[in-house]
Design a binder for this molecule. Structure first.
Ligand SMILES: [Zn+2]
Length: 73
């Protein structure tokens, strides 16, 4: 299954970061995906495939950004 990642998506990973946090946010999209730990602020660059396997929960909080309303911002 292909997971569609978007900037700003909130991720919960199966494995906790050494800081104890499991909440991450998508900050960079590309061949590799950059995520930031919301607990300690650590930035991690990882491959899409690895990330897909590591994600337990994936929330897309800004559904409004896909609206076709140009005044959304
Ligand atoms: Zn952390």
């Amino acid at each position: 299954m292909v997971v569609d990642f978007h900037l700003g998506d909130a991720l919960t990973l199966r494995k906790a970061h050494p800081c104890g946090g499991t909440s991450w946010r998508v900050e960079r999209l590309g061949a590799d995906i950059g995520i930031r730990c919301l607990t300690c602020g650590h930035y991690l660059l990882t491959s899409r495939r690895k990330l897909e396997r590591a994600v337990k929960e994936h929330t897309h909080p800004v559904a409004a950004s896909e609206s076709d309303d140009p005044r959304a911002l």
